[in-house]
Design a protein around this ligand. Structure first.
Ligand SMILES: [Ca+2]
Ligand SMILES: [Ca+2]
Ligand SMILES: [Ca+2]
Ligand SMILES: [Ca+2]
Length: 469
Protein backbone atom coordinates (compact mmCIF):
# COMPACT_ATOMS: atom_id res chain seq x y z
CA UNK A 1 0.00 0.00 0.00
CA UNK A 2 2.77 2.42 0.91
CA UNK A 3 4.67 1.72 -2.29
CA UNK A 4 1.66 2.37 -4.46
CA UNK A 5 1.00 5.74 -2.78
CA UNK A 6 4.57 6.83 -3.32
CA UNK A 7 4.51 5.83 -6.95
CA UNK A 8 1.38 7.88 -7.62
CA UNK A 9 2.94 11.01 -6.06
CA UNK A 10 6.10 10.73 -8.15
CA UNK A 11 4.09 10.17 -11.32
CA UNK A 12 2.07 13.30 -10.87
CA UNK A 13 5.11 15.52 -10.21
CA UNK A 14 6.88 14.18 -13.33
CA UNK A 15 4.09 15.33 -15.63
CA UNK A 16 4.52 18.89 -14.36
CA UNK A 17 8.30 19.17 -14.96
CA UNK A 18 8.71 17.41 -18.30
CA UNK A 19 9.39 20.60 -20.26
CA UNK A 20 12.08 21.73 -17.86
CA UNK A 21 13.91 18.43 -17.96
CA UNK A 22 14.13 18.36 -21.71
CA UNK A 23 15.83 21.69 -21.70
CA UNK A 24 18.28 20.97 -18.97
CA UNK A 25 19.26 17.40 -20.09
CA UNK A 26 22.38 17.46 -18.05
CA UNK A 27 21.91 14.04 -16.61
CA UNK A 28 21.02 10.94 -18.56
CA UNK A 29 18.72 7.98 -17.81
CA UNK A 30 19.86 4.58 -19.03
CA UNK A 31 19.51 0.89 -18.23
CA UNK A 32 20.23 -2.58 -19.48
CA UNK A 33 19.07 -6.08 -18.41
CA UNK A 34 20.17 -9.58 -17.80
CA UNK A 35 19.90 -11.93 -19.51
CA UNK A 36 20.25 -9.89 -22.70
CA UNK A 37 17.85 -12.16 -24.65
CA UNK A 38 15.31 -13.28 -22.08
CA UNK A 39 12.39 -15.64 -22.41
CA UNK A 40 9.09 -15.50 -20.64
CA UNK A 41 10.44 -18.05 -18.22
CA UNK A 42 13.32 -15.84 -17.15
CA UNK A 43 13.23 -13.43 -14.27
CA UNK A 44 14.86 -10.39 -15.83
CA UNK A 45 17.21 -8.30 -13.81
CA UNK A 46 16.89 -4.64 -14.88
CA UNK A 47 20.04 -2.68 -14.09
CA UNK A 48 20.06 1.07 -13.76
CA UNK A 49 22.90 2.76 -15.68
CA UNK A 50 21.68 6.33 -15.25
CA UNK A 51 24.08 9.20 -14.34
CA UNK A 52 23.57 12.01 -11.85
CA UNK A 53 22.40 12.34 -8.31
CA UNK A 54 19.23 10.33 -8.49
CA UNK A 55 16.83 10.08 -5.64
CA UNK A 56 13.92 8.21 -7.27
CA UNK A 57 13.70 5.47 -9.96
CA UNK A 58 10.44 4.60 -11.54
CA UNK A 59 10.18 1.60 -13.88
CA UNK A 60 7.32 0.77 -16.22
CA UNK A 61 7.76 -2.75 -17.60
CA UNK A 62 5.29 -2.31 -20.44
CA UNK A 63 2.98 -5.09 -19.25
CA UNK A 64 1.12 -2.93 -16.73
CA UNK A 65 3.57 -3.58 -13.94
CA UNK A 66 5.97 -1.05 -12.42
CA UNK A 67 8.66 -0.75 -9.74
CA UNK A 68 10.51 1.97 -7.82
CA UNK A 69 13.51 -0.16 -7.01
CA UNK A 70 16.77 0.98 -8.54
CA UNK A 71 17.52 -2.49 -10.01
CA UNK A 72 14.27 -4.40 -10.04
CA UNK A 73 13.62 -8.01 -11.01
CA UNK A 74 10.71 -8.77 -13.28
CA UNK A 75 9.24 -11.81 -14.95
CA UNK A 76 6.81 -11.49 -17.86
CA UNK A 77 3.77 -13.66 -18.00
CA UNK A 78 4.06 -14.13 -21.72
CA UNK A 79 6.43 -13.57 -24.54
CA UNK A 80 6.30 -10.36 -26.49
CA UNK A 81 8.08 -7.09 -27.21
CA UNK A 82 7.73 -4.79 -24.22
CA UNK A 83 8.50 -1.06 -24.02
CA UNK A 84 10.31 -0.62 -20.76
CA UNK A 85 10.62 2.92 -19.46
CA UNK A 86 12.85 4.18 -16.67
CA UNK A 87 12.21 7.58 -15.20
CA UNK A 88 14.71 9.04 -12.73
CA UNK A 89 14.31 12.02 -10.41
CA UNK A 90 17.35 13.99 -9.41
CA UNK A 91 18.04 15.61 -6.15
CA UNK A 92 17.60 19.04 -7.70
CA UNK A 93 14.08 18.11 -8.70
CA UNK A 94 14.75 17.46 -12.35
CA UNK A 95 13.93 14.19 -14.12
CA UNK A 96 15.08 12.14 -17.04
CA UNK A 97 13.73 9.03 -18.74
CA UNK A 98 14.65 6.42 -21.26
CA UNK A 99 12.56 3.76 -23.02
CA UNK A 100 13.88 0.57 -24.55
CA UNK A 101 12.29 -2.42 -26.24
CA UNK A 102 12.83 -5.71 -24.50
CA UNK A 103 12.15 -8.72 -26.63
CA UNK A 104 10.92 -11.51 -24.35
CA UNK A 105 11.05 -14.70 -26.32
CA UNK A 106 8.72 -17.66 -26.31
CA UNK A 107 10.23 -20.97 -25.08
CA UNK A 108 9.72 -23.72 -27.62
CA UNK A 109 7.92 -26.90 -26.57
CA UNK A 110 9.62 -30.17 -25.73
CA UNK A 111 8.59 -33.11 -27.88
CA UNK A 112 8.37 -36.46 -26.07
CA UNK A 113 7.17 -39.76 -27.54
CA UNK A 114 5.72 -42.05 -24.91
CA UNK A 115 6.31 -45.55 -26.21
CA UNK A 116 8.71 -48.40 -25.58
CA UNK A 117 11.31 -49.00 -28.24
CA UNK A 118 10.15 -52.58 -28.89
CA UNK A 119 6.53 -53.59 -29.34
CA UNK A 120 5.04 -57.01 -30.12
CA UNK A 121 1.95 -55.81 -31.97
CA UNK A 122 1.67 -54.15 -35.35
CA UNK A 123 -1.14 -52.01 -34.03
CA UNK A 124 0.76 -49.44 -32.02
CA UNK A 125 -0.69 -46.79 -29.72
CA UNK A 126 1.46 -43.68 -29.82
CA UNK A 127 1.14 -41.22 -27.01
CA UNK A 128 2.70 -37.78 -26.76
CA UNK A 129 4.33 -36.82 -23.50
CA UNK A 130 5.27 -33.45 -24.96
CA UNK A 131 4.91 -30.23 -22.99
CA UNK A 132 5.39 -26.50 -23.31
CA UNK A 133 6.69 -24.75 -20.24
CA UNK A 134 5.36 -21.35 -21.08
CA UNK A 135 2.21 -22.21 -22.94
CA UNK A 136 0.64 -25.23 -24.42
CA UNK A 137 0.93 -27.53 -27.38
CA UNK A 138 -1.68 -27.06 -30.02
CA UNK A 139 -0.56 -29.45 -32.76
CA UNK A 140 1.04 -32.86 -32.93
CA UNK A 141 2.40 -34.20 -36.22
CA UNK A 142 3.51 -37.83 -36.45
CA UNK A 143 5.62 -39.60 -39.04
CA UNK A 144 5.48 -43.32 -38.45
CA UNK A 145 8.50 -44.24 -40.54
CA UNK A 146 6.54 -46.25 -43.08
CA UNK A 147 5.65 -43.25 -45.24
CA UNK A 148 2.44 -42.64 -43.35
CA UNK A 149 1.63 -39.76 -41.05
CA UNK A 150 -0.98 -38.69 -38.53
CA UNK A 151 -1.94 -35.93 -36.15
CA UNK A 152 -3.17 -35.75 -32.60
CA UNK A 153 -1.82 -36.11 -29.11
CA UNK A 154 -2.57 -39.84 -28.95
CA UNK A 155 -2.88 -41.88 -32.10
CA UNK A 156 -2.97 -45.50 -33.15
CA UNK A 157 -1.11 -46.74 -36.17
CA UNK A 158 -1.11 -50.20 -37.74
CA UNK A 159 2.06 -51.33 -39.50
CA UNK A 160 1.67 -53.79 -42.34
CA UNK A 161 4.87 -55.62 -41.56
CA UNK A 162 7.41 -56.14 -38.82
CA UNK A 163 10.46 -53.94 -38.98
CA UNK A 164 12.41 -51.12 -37.43
CA UNK A 165 10.83 -47.73 -38.01
CA UNK A 166 12.12 -44.24 -37.36
CA UNK A 167 9.21 -42.42 -35.73
CA UNK A 168 9.18 -38.64 -35.63
CA UNK A 169 6.89 -36.41 -33.57
CA UNK A 170 6.81 -32.65 -34.19
CA UNK A 171 4.87 -30.53 -31.72
CA UNK A 172 3.85 -26.87 -32.07
CA UNK A 173 3.10 -24.58 -29.18
CA UNK A 174 0.58 -21.74 -29.03
CA UNK A 175 3.29 -19.29 -30.06
CA UNK A 176 4.23 -21.14 -33.22
CA UNK A 177 7.45 -22.69 -31.93
CA UNK A 178 8.04 -26.35 -32.59
CA UNK A 179 10.21 -29.19 -31.49
CA UNK A 180 10.65 -32.73 -32.65
CA UNK A 181 11.61 -36.08 -31.19
CA UNK A 182 12.64 -39.26 -32.96
CA UNK A 183 12.71 -42.80 -31.77
CA UNK A 184 13.68 -46.02 -33.44
CA UNK A 185 10.72 -48.35 -32.98
CA UNK A 186 11.06 -52.10 -33.42
CA UNK A 187 7.79 -53.76 -34.38
CA UNK A 188 8.16 -57.51 -33.86
CA UNK A 189 4.89 -59.43 -33.82
CA UNK A 190 6.24 -62.85 -34.74
CA UNK A 191 7.17 -65.34 -32.00
CA UNK A 192 10.48 -67.17 -32.12
CA UNK A 193 10.73 -70.70 -33.45
CA UNK A 194 12.32 -73.48 -31.44
CA UNK A 195 13.46 -76.80 -32.86
CA UNK A 196 14.78 -79.82 -31.00
CA UNK A 197 17.67 -82.09 -31.69
CA UNK A 198 17.69 -85.44 -29.94
CA UNK A 199 20.38 -88.11 -30.07
CA UNK A 200 17.82 -90.87 -30.53
CA UNK A 201 14.26 -90.98 -31.84
CA UNK A 202 11.68 -93.69 -31.36
CA UNK A 203 12.57 -96.29 -28.76
CA UNK A 204 16.05 -95.78 -27.35
CA UNK A 205 18.07 -98.16 -25.22
CA UNK A 206 20.34 -95.57 -23.67
CA UNK A 207 20.49 -92.04 -22.30
CA UNK A 208 19.17 -89.44 -24.74
CA UNK A 209 20.72 -86.02 -25.30
CA UNK A 210 18.34 -83.17 -25.97
CA UNK A 211 19.22 -79.82 -27.49
CA UNK A 212 17.04 -76.87 -28.42
CA UNK A 213 17.78 -74.26 -31.06
CA UNK A 214 15.68 -71.16 -31.26
CA UNK A 215 15.64 -68.35 -33.82
CA UNK A 216 13.71 -65.13 -34.09
CA UNK A 217 12.81 -62.88 -36.99
CA UNK A 218 13.79 -59.58 -35.45
CA UNK A 219 14.15 -58.84 -31.77
CA UNK A 220 16.02 -62.02 -30.94
CA UNK A 221 15.31 -64.84 -28.53
CA UNK A 222 15.04 -63.81 -24.93
CA UNK A 223 14.76 -67.29 -23.40
CA UNK A 224 13.64 -70.87 -23.97
CA UNK A 225 11.85 -72.92 -21.34
CA UNK A 226 11.19 -76.65 -21.14
CA UNK A 227 9.62 -79.16 -18.81
CA UNK A 228 9.73 -82.92 -18.63
CA UNK A 229 6.39 -84.67 -18.21
CA UNK A 230 4.58 -83.06 -15.29
CA UNK A 231 7.70 -81.40 -13.92
CA UNK A 232 8.21 -77.70 -13.49
CA UNK A 233 9.41 -75.33 -16.18
CA UNK A 234 13.15 -74.75 -16.47
CA UNK A 235 15.10 -72.15 -18.34
CA UNK A 236 17.05 -73.87 -21.10
CA UNK A 237 20.73 -73.03 -21.01
CA UNK A 238 22.53 -76.02 -22.46
CA UNK A 239 21.89 -79.52 -23.81
CA UNK A 240 20.69 -81.96 -21.18
CA UNK A 241 20.19 -85.68 -20.81
CA UNK A 242 17.24 -87.91 -20.15
CA UNK A 243 18.18 -91.21 -18.54
CA UNK A 244 15.15 -92.75 -16.90
CA UNK A 245 13.16 -95.49 -18.58
CA UNK A 246 9.68 -94.80 -19.86
CA UNK A 247 7.80 -92.63 -22.30
CA UNK A 248 8.59 -89.00 -21.61
CA UNK A 249 7.12 -85.88 -23.16
CA UNK A 250 9.30 -82.80 -23.20
CA UNK A 251 7.43 -79.53 -23.67
CA UNK A 252 9.21 -76.39 -24.82
CA UNK A 253 8.71 -72.88 -26.16
CA UNK A 254 10.64 -69.62 -26.52
CA UNK A 255 9.96 -65.95 -25.92
CA UNK A 256 11.52 -63.17 -27.96
CA UNK A 257 12.76 -59.83 -26.73
CA UNK A 258 9.51 -58.20 -27.84
CA UNK A 259 7.56 -60.54 -25.57
CA UNK A 260 6.10 -62.77 -28.28
CA UNK A 261 5.47 -66.23 -26.83
CA UNK A 262 5.83 -69.25 -29.08
CA UNK A 263 3.09 -71.86 -28.96
CA UNK A 264 4.15 -74.77 -26.79
CA UNK A 265 5.65 -77.71 -28.68
CA UNK A 266 6.65 -81.13 -27.49
CA UNK A 267 8.78 -84.10 -28.33
CA UNK A 268 8.29 -87.62 -27.05
CA UNK A 269 11.34 -89.53 -25.84
CA UNK A 270 11.02 -93.26 -25.26
CA UNK A 271 13.70 -95.00 -23.25
CA UNK A 272 13.88 -98.74 -22.64
CA UNK A 273 17.12 -100.09 -21.22
CA UNK A 274 15.79 -103.43 -20.08
CA UNK A 275 16.33 -106.61 -22.07
CA UNK A 276 13.36 -108.77 -22.99
CA UNK A 277 12.86 -112.14 -21.35
CA UNK A 278 12.19 -115.32 -23.30
CA UNK A 279 10.99 -118.60 -21.85
CA UNK A 280 10.66 -121.91 -23.63
CA UNK A 281 7.62 -124.11 -23.09
CA UNK A 282 8.01 -127.74 -24.09
CA UNK A 283 4.88 -129.62 -24.96
CA UNK A 284 5.70 -133.33 -24.94
CA UNK A 285 5.24 -136.58 -23.05
CA UNK A 286 7.75 -136.21 -20.29
CA UNK A 287 9.44 -139.22 -18.92
CA UNK A 288 12.23 -139.72 -16.44
CA UNK A 289 15.58 -137.91 -16.15
CA UNK A 290 14.53 -135.23 -18.65
CA UNK A 291 13.81 -137.64 -21.44
CA UNK A 292 10.73 -137.29 -23.49
CA UNK A 293 8.84 -139.72 -25.56
CA UNK A 294 8.03 -138.77 -29.12
CA UNK A 295 8.04 -135.33 -30.69
CA UNK A 296 8.45 -132.13 -28.73
CA UNK A 297 6.59 -128.93 -29.52
CA UNK A 298 8.55 -125.88 -28.47
CA UNK A 299 6.87 -122.56 -27.78
CA UNK A 300 9.03 -119.53 -27.10
CA UNK A 301 7.28 -116.89 -25.04
CA UNK A 302 8.96 -113.50 -24.96
CA UNK A 303 7.91 -110.51 -22.89
CA UNK A 304 9.28 -107.02 -22.57
CA UNK A 305 8.85 -104.31 -19.96
CA UNK A 306 8.39 -101.32 -22.24
CA UNK A 307 9.08 -101.18 -25.92
CA UNK A 308 7.81 -104.65 -26.69
CA UNK A 309 9.47 -107.63 -28.33
CA UNK A 310 10.80 -107.01 -31.80
CA UNK A 311 11.80 -110.58 -32.62
CA UNK A 312 12.93 -113.87 -31.15
CA UNK A 313 15.53 -116.11 -32.76
CA UNK A 314 16.39 -119.73 -32.10
CA UNK A 315 18.67 -122.41 -33.38
CA UNK A 316 18.82 -126.12 -32.86
CA UNK A 317 22.23 -127.58 -31.99
CA UNK A 318 24.73 -126.28 -34.53
CA UNK A 319 22.10 -125.18 -37.04
CA UNK A 320 21.57 -121.67 -38.25
CA UNK A 321 19.52 -119.04 -36.49
CA UNK A 322 15.84 -118.75 -37.39
CA UNK A 323 13.31 -116.11 -36.64
CA UNK A 324 10.73 -117.55 -34.31
CA UNK A 325 7.20 -117.08 -35.58
CA UNK A 326 5.21 -119.98 -34.19
CA UNK A 327 5.65 -123.16 -32.15
CA UNK A 328 7.87 -125.70 -33.86
CA UNK A 329 8.36 -129.44 -33.63
CA UNK A 330 11.48 -131.29 -32.72
CA UNK A 331 11.18 -134.80 -34.06
CA UNK A 332 14.61 -136.37 -34.27
CA UNK A 333 15.90 -138.64 -31.56
CA UNK A 334 18.84 -137.72 -29.45
CA UNK A 335 19.98 -134.97 -27.13
CA UNK A 336 19.36 -131.52 -28.61
CA UNK A 337 20.12 -128.06 -27.35
CA UNK A 338 17.83 -125.25 -28.43
CA UNK A 339 19.37 -121.78 -28.15
CA UNK A 340 17.18 -118.71 -28.14
CA UNK A 341 17.07 -115.02 -27.29
CA UNK A 342 14.90 -111.99 -28.05
CA UNK A 343 15.48 -108.39 -29.05
CA UNK A 344 13.12 -105.62 -27.98
CA UNK A 345 12.03 -102.62 -30.05
CA UNK A 346 14.65 -100.45 -28.38
CA UNK A 347 17.39 -102.83 -29.51
CA UNK A 348 18.10 -104.44 -26.15
CA UNK A 349 19.45 -107.94 -26.81
CA UNK A 350 18.69 -110.68 -24.33
CA UNK A 351 21.53 -112.92 -23.24
CA UNK A 352 21.35 -116.22 -25.08
CA UNK A 353 19.52 -118.97 -23.21
CA UNK A 354 19.16 -122.64 -24.00
CA UNK A 355 17.13 -125.65 -23.17
CA UNK A 356 18.14 -129.27 -23.62
CA UNK A 357 15.58 -131.63 -25.10
CA UNK A 358 16.18 -135.36 -25.02
CA UNK A 359 14.02 -137.46 -27.31
CA UNK A 360 13.83 -141.22 -27.28
CA UNK A 361 11.27 -142.87 -29.55
CA UNK A 362 12.86 -146.32 -29.66
CA UNK A 363 11.54 -149.14 -27.54
CA UNK A 364 13.94 -150.87 -25.23
CA UNK A 365 14.80 -154.53 -25.69
CA UNK A 366 13.88 -157.25 -23.23
CA UNK A 367 13.70 -160.97 -22.97
CA UNK A 368 13.28 -163.50 -20.19
CA UNK A 369 16.55 -165.23 -19.59
CA UNK A 370 15.32 -167.46 -16.72
CA UNK A 371 13.23 -169.58 -16.89
CA UNK A 372 13.83 -170.74 -20.44
CA UNK A 373 10.95 -172.36 -22.21
CA UNK A 374 11.04 -176.18 -22.25
CA UNK A 375 13.37 -176.75 -19.31
CA UNK A 376 13.12 -178.37 -15.90
CA UNK A 377 14.34 -176.36 -12.94
CA UNK A 378 15.01 -177.86 -9.55
CA UNK A 379 15.85 -175.62 -6.57
CA UNK A 380 17.00 -172.81 -8.84
CA UNK A 381 19.15 -174.90 -11.09
CA UNK A 382 18.46 -175.47 -14.76
CA UNK A 383 18.27 -179.17 -15.51
CA UNK A 384 17.38 -180.97 -18.69
CA UNK A 385 14.99 -180.01 -21.49
CA UNK A 386 11.51 -181.48 -21.10
CA UNK A 387 9.12 -183.24 -23.43
CA UNK A 388 6.79 -181.10 -25.51
CA UNK A 389 8.74 -177.95 -24.53
CA UNK A 390 6.97 -177.80 -21.21
CA UNK A 391 8.59 -175.73 -18.48
CA UNK A 392 8.51 -177.25 -15.03
CA UNK A 393 9.88 -175.56 -11.94
CA UNK A 394 10.36 -177.43 -8.72
CA UNK A 395 11.26 -175.38 -5.65
CA UNK A 396 12.61 -171.85 -5.50
CA UNK A 397 13.53 -169.97 -8.69
CA UNK A 398 14.40 -166.35 -9.46
CA UNK A 399 13.16 -165.24 -12.82
CA UNK A 400 15.76 -163.09 -14.60
CA UNK A 401 15.18 -160.63 -17.42
CA UNK A 402 17.67 -159.06 -19.78
CA UNK A 403 16.83 -155.43 -20.69
CA UNK A 404 18.64 -152.74 -22.56
CA UNK A 405 18.00 -149.36 -24.19
CA UNK A 406 20.31 -147.51 -26.50
CA UNK A 407 19.17 -143.89 -25.81
CA UNK A 408 17.51 -143.02 -22.58
CA UNK A 409 18.39 -146.25 -20.85
CA UNK A 410 16.27 -148.74 -18.94
CA UNK A 411 14.14 -147.26 -16.25
CA UNK A 412 12.64 -150.40 -14.74
CA UNK A 413 11.43 -153.84 -15.53
CA UNK A 414 8.06 -155.23 -14.47
CA UNK A 415 7.53 -158.91 -13.89
CA UNK A 416 3.91 -159.81 -14.63
CA UNK A 417 2.67 -163.13 -13.37
CA UNK A 418 -0.77 -164.24 -14.46
CA UNK A 419 -1.56 -160.67 -15.49
CA UNK A 420 -0.68 -159.38 -12.02
CA UNK A 421 2.35 -157.32 -11.18
CA UNK A 422 4.75 -159.54 -9.38
CA UNK A 423 7.74 -157.31 -9.00
CA UNK A 424 9.17 -154.07 -10.29
CA UNK A 425 12.94 -153.92 -10.52
CA UNK A 426 14.80 -150.66 -11.05
CA UNK A 427 18.28 -152.08 -10.74
CA UNK A 428 20.11 -154.46 -13.00
CA UNK A 429 20.30 -157.44 -12.92
CA UNK A 430 16.53 -157.57 -13.17
CA UNK A 431 15.07 -160.46 -11.31
CA UNK A 432 12.04 -161.56 -9.30
CA UNK A 433 11.48 -164.58 -7.09
CA UNK A 434 8.64 -166.72 -8.39
CA UNK A 435 6.06 -167.46 -5.69
CA UNK A 436 5.88 -170.85 -3.96
CA UNK A 437 2.96 -173.10 -4.84
CA UNK A 438 1.43 -175.93 -2.67
CA UNK A 439 1.49 -178.58 -3.85
CA UNK A 440 1.32 -177.74 -7.55
CA UNK A 441 0.10 -175.01 -9.84
CA UNK A 442 -0.42 -175.46 -13.56
CA UNK A 443 -0.55 -172.95 -16.37
CA UNK A 444 1.34 -170.01 -14.91
CA UNK A 445 2.08 -167.22 -17.31
CA UNK A 446 5.13 -165.00 -16.86
CA UNK A 447 6.09 -162.01 -18.93
CA UNK A 448 8.21 -158.89 -18.35
CA UNK A 449 7.74 -155.37 -19.51
CA UNK A 450 10.67 -153.02 -19.78
CA UNK A 451 10.32 -149.23 -19.68
CA UNK A 452 13.02 -146.88 -20.87
CA UNK A 453 13.50 -143.49 -19.23
CA UNK A 454 11.51 -141.73 -21.93
CA UNK A 455 8.50 -143.95 -21.34
CA UNK A 456 8.84 -146.34 -24.25
CA UNK A 457 8.13 -149.88 -23.25
CA UNK A 458 8.24 -153.37 -24.64
CA UNK A 459 6.77 -156.64 -23.51
CA UNK A 460 8.68 -159.85 -23.64
CA UNK A 461 7.41 -163.13 -24.93
CA UNK A 462 5.33 -165.14 -22.52
CA UNK A 463 6.70 -168.13 -20.63
CA UNK A 464 4.19 -170.66 -19.40
CA UNK A 465 5.27 -172.95 -16.62
CA UNK A 466 4.13 -175.48 -14.06
CA UNK A 467 5.31 -174.83 -10.52
CA UNK A 468 5.70 -177.55 -7.91
CA UNK A 469 6.40 -176.39 -4.37
CA1 LIG B 1 6.04 -21.86 -25.67
CA1 LIG C 1 10.11 -62.09 -33.03
CA1 LIG D 1 12.74 -103.62 -22.84
CA1 LIG E 1 14.70 -146.02 -25.85
Amino acid sequence: MKKKTLLMVVTFSLIGITAFTSVQAVNKADFNWQPPSPTDLDTIHFIDNSSGDIIVWVWYFGDGNSSIQQNPMHKYADNGVYNVRLIVVYSNGTTAYVEKQVNVANVPPIAVINISSIVNKRSVSFSSGSYDNDGNIIFWSWEFGDNSTGTGENINHVYTEDGIYLVNLTVYDNDGAHNESKISLMVDSIPPETVYNVSCEGWCNKTVNIEFNSTDNLSGVNYTEYKIDDGSWNKYTEPFQLTSEGIHVIYFYSVDNAGNVENEKNVTIKIDKTKPITNAKINASHGNKGWILGNAEITLIATDNLSGVNYTEYKIDDGSWNKYTEPFQLTSEGIHVIYFYSVDNAGNVENEKNVTIKIDKTKPDVNIKIPKEGYLYISGRQMMPTLFRKTIIIGKLDAVAEASDSLSGVYYVEFILNSQLLWKDFVSPYNATLPQEFPVSFGNSLKVVVYDNAGNYKESNEIRYTKIM
